[in-house]
Design a protein. Sequence first.
Length: 350
Amino acid sequence: MASIASTARTVDVEDDVLAAIDACYERGWTDGLPVVPPEMSRVESMLAMEGRPAETVIATHPTTGLECSILAAAVNAVMAGCLPEYFPVVVAALEAANEPAYNFHGSTASTGGSAPMLIVAGPVVTDIGMNAAGNVFGPGNRANATIGRAMRLVIMNVFEMIPGVSDQSTQGHPGKYCSCIAERAERNPWQPLNVELGFGEDISSVTVFAGAGFCNVENHGGNTPEAILDCVADSMANLGCITTGQSVVVLSPEHAEIVASTGWTKADVRQYLFENASQSVEAMKQVRKYVPREHERQGTADVRRGFGPDDILVTVAGGDAGGHSAFIPSWSRSRGSIMQSKPIGVCIDC
């Protein structure tokens, strides 16, 4: 017999890997894909990356009252396939999602079907081998894939947000399996995100954003900031997704180089996008999406995404070649969740 850890106790299963995987399926511990059985020694290696007691609570579900301890996070990180050095990122992400403004319950229960999108920046990206280059939103990198998946397993196994039961997502999207990217510092022409957020060059950060489905923004012919950003703004302002919520814009290195080549700062980018990602009041009324109270708070003639430029997070990631950037809209019909950031306490040599 072998022992595997649940979030509350040790469970004995057959001393066979496939049988242990099946046991996890039988207990409903998976996201539909096979998990790594949380054998005790693996969980203990994960816990060794944390200086606090295993029972320390790092996140609480505000509606159910269910709590995620460091132990529970470690168990799910093992099942997701994380290596121990990834664990500080998982912990920081859970602590960020625990901030009230993030709205952990609404973002996991709503019909909107958001996913916690993680954006990691700083030295940890290189330290643990995250992918910030080609296929950054796609498969192929263990750190990106398993850190993002650990968040989903915690949401399902600890907070009991089960698809079709407590998770009432109308359609969902693939990011609900995993949504985790890293900023590509060496191709970023602006201040790194961790520095911009006030954590300093040596302190890594993770930002958690309740994101809806991914929108690819293609422009291979534009060679001015306006040409590139007009395409981004148009995507941000389409009637199907425009709200007063926040936005994440991930510029590819090729697009970022064009935008920054004439001296545009990131603040310039955010200001331009805010001013141009808009719909007329008449258009919003025609599709029954006009919210007078929120529009009054914007103080603008047209309806724009967000309440100001600071509602747009801009970062750089992706491969060297290709005129493809991304816009990720926020969850909810208005401002149901506000993105949160935390520093990462990485301890690679522990």
